[in-house]
Design a protein around this ligand. Structure first.
Ligand SMILES: Cc1cc2nc3c(=O)[nH]c(=O)nc-3n(C[C@H](O)[C@H](O)[C@H](O)COP(=O)(O)O)c2cc1C
Length: 269
């Protein structure tokens, strides 16, 4: 995985790569050409040089899929106007009522494709993904996590009543009988890993919504995994940071967006 250099049969010396990455691209005035140099192998492979080059002159190896483009990429404010974006974001609801219908694999793939686009610190992209769809496994995980959360006095006082009520409604209450859960996990435990996973889950939630799916973040699983990391075995995963969301077809339609608090922002009138 690396940027290899510049294809000089294509490069026109426009210097856009130098503007987006002055650390590794520079203009050699004597030779009148742009030079790529990654002396310490510290390039984060963000690919901005590939994304900006009008001549497609950047050479690279094994970065993942091919560069991707579409009509309108250079004019994103026209692609999705603010009002549409705001309405879409505002209408995103946590879904706790699902149809008992599996989501086809190609649709789940689309959600995962969107999650892969989420930004991660230093472009490290070390997170792993798993989808669990077996109702027995989801029930076993739900039961074990509820048991774990009820052992701890603080989580017991917060959640015991809610679990009691939901046990009467759902077969596996922790996941609202959703047909699938998606787990994103990472071997590190820094703030950045948590931010990365948060971004990835959020991208997945928004992609799911546009595909007619509902999701709900499941912080309970994350708390229980932190209390007792051995529980991760029930999900067939490892790691030290986790993000979990349920996903399926919503069996409910919301007609308006609930009120949300307005933030006082220092620096804005
Ligand atoms: C980090 C995080 C953890 C959450 N954990 C849970 C959870 O364990 N169970 C649950 O039912 N909802 C969970 N939620 C959903 C929130 O309760 C929900 O976003 C909030 O009530 C607002 O509702 P809305 O998403 O429909 O706007 C979580 C949300 C976030 C962002």
């Amino acid at each position: 995985m690396s940027i290899v250099g510049i294809d000089y049969t294509k490069c026109t010396n426009c210097g856009l790569c130098v503007r987006v990455c002055p650390r590794r691209y520079s203009e050699d005035k004597e030779q009148e050409k742009i030079i790529f140099k990654d002396a310490f192998g510290s390039c984060s492979l963000c690919g901005h040089c590939i994304a900006i080059c009008p001549q497609e002159a950047i050479l690279y190896e094994n970065l993942g899929d091919d560069p991707y483009t579409f009509d309108g990429i250079a004019n994103l404010p026209n692609y999705i106007p603010y009002e549409k974006m705001y309405n879409f974001l505002r209408a995103n609801r946590s879904i706790r009522n699902y149809k008992q219908k599996k989501v086809p694999e190609d649709i789940l793939q689309k959600v995962i494709r969107a999650m892969e686009c989420a930004p991660t610190a230093a472009n490290l992209r070390g997170e792993k993904f798993v989808i669990l769809s077996d109702p027995e496994q989801l029930k076993a995980l739900s039961d074990a996590i509820i048991e774990e959360l009820l052992k701890n006095p603080s989580t017991r006082s917060h959640f015991a009543e809610s679990f009691e009520i939901r046990k009467k409604i759902y077969n596996y209450p922790l996941y609202y009988d959703a047909p699938h859960i998606i787990i994103v996990y990472s071997k590190g435990k820094t703030t950045f890993e948590h931010f990365n996973i948060g971004n990835i889950i959020t991208y997945g939630q928004l992609a799911a919504q546009v595909l007619g799916l509902g999701t709900c973040w499941n912080g309970w699983t994350q708390i229980a995994f932190e209390f007792n990391p051995k529980l991760t075995k029930l999900a067939g995963i490892r790691g030290r940071s986790w993000g979990v969301m349920t996903i399926g077809y919503p069996d409910i339609k919301y007609l308006r967006c609930p009120p949300r608090s307005r933030k006082k922002v220092k620096g804005l009138i």
